[in-house]
Design a binder for this molecule. Sequence first.
Ligand SMILES: *[C@@H]1O[C@H](CO)[C@@H](O)[C@H](O)[C@H]1NC(C)=O
Ligand SMILES: *[C@@H]1O[C@H](CO)[C@@H](O)[C@H](O)[C@H]1NC(C)=O
Ligand SMILES: *[C@@H]1O[C@H](CO)[C@@H](O)[C@H](O)[C@H]1NC(C)=O
Length: 286
Amino acid sequence: MTLPPSLPALFRVLLRLLLIQGVALGIKITNLEVPTPLAVGEGGWLLCEWEDEGDHVYALKWYVGGEEFYRWTPLETPAVKTFMSSHFVVDSRESQRGRVRIRNVTVSAGGKYRCEISGEAPKFKTSFATADMMVVDLPDSQPRLVGGDAGPYQLHQVVTINCSSHDALPAPTLTFYINDQPVDPEWEDNDQVILNETSGLETSHKSLHFKLRPSMVSEGLLQVKCVASYPDLYWDSSDITFRVLSGHGSGFPLGSQEFVLQGDAGRPQASLHHFPLFLIALVFFR
Ligand SMILES: *[C@@H]1O[C@H](CO)[C@@H](O)[C@H](O)[C@H]1NC(C)=O
Ligand SMILES: *[C@@H]1O[C@H](CO)[C@@H](O)[C@H](O)[C@H]1NC(C)=O
Ligand SMILES: *[C@@H]1O[C@H](CO)[C@@H](O)[C@H](O)[C@H]1NC(C)=O
């Protein structure tokens, strides 16, 4: 290679070194995306984008946990190859270049994803990038609420309510609300998570203890709600409405039930339209 003689000598030497060493050549990964979090059974697009810095792609490979599941070799026919994976189905018709469509993930699909791009012969200079994907096995049903002692409740009485969410991985976070307001954290026990060794799934439990105060009761009623959630993925709740006696039964209609369970444990609650993924979860878990 001839360099223009006008370049300062030192610069010419450096430039020649760079070209010979191939330092300026290579492929730089500019963007890596994996869909996260996903629920078991869902899918999405993996994306690996790059800039050629004077080199061309010889092979682009996707791995999860060291296992290759996709390869794109533009000079070969077919250019796209997919490998059987126990973690998901790779859609080879929709996938091309660094964009890969996966479907029906299992819980084992969670982990570190790696995109590796190698340049052309003779150096096959390789770049890679990694990203984490989280996969959640959602609870089988909405959280269950269990009231400590049946009513009628009196003002200033201490009430204990337990909430649990069953057979998920990892267990969701449980949060209590009284009349749709977050509760004082001192009234809650920390989440307790119990692993079922047979199924490998977790159940979370939380207890709420509080003293019934007049400010909590509106028209003789008080609602306790428990929400099970994963950020950006899933939300579901159950609630119970109690009737509270304001004192010695006064103001309480004769013949009506003093203790009313309005929370129907078999029915999803109203706020689901904020959480379209819940519908997907329903489809997969009913
Ligand atoms: C999704 O994967 C699970 C577990 O591998 C399998 O039992 C199920 O049939 C698959 N569903 C579809 C729609 O491919
Ligand atoms: C509520 O949970 C606590 C602590 O886990 C337990 O001791 C208690 O028996 C539970 N009460 C009911 C009614 O399930
Ligand atoms: C644990 O899981 C197994 C298999 O799914 C189930 O049969 C068993 O009842 C579960 N045990 C408990 C304590 O929930």
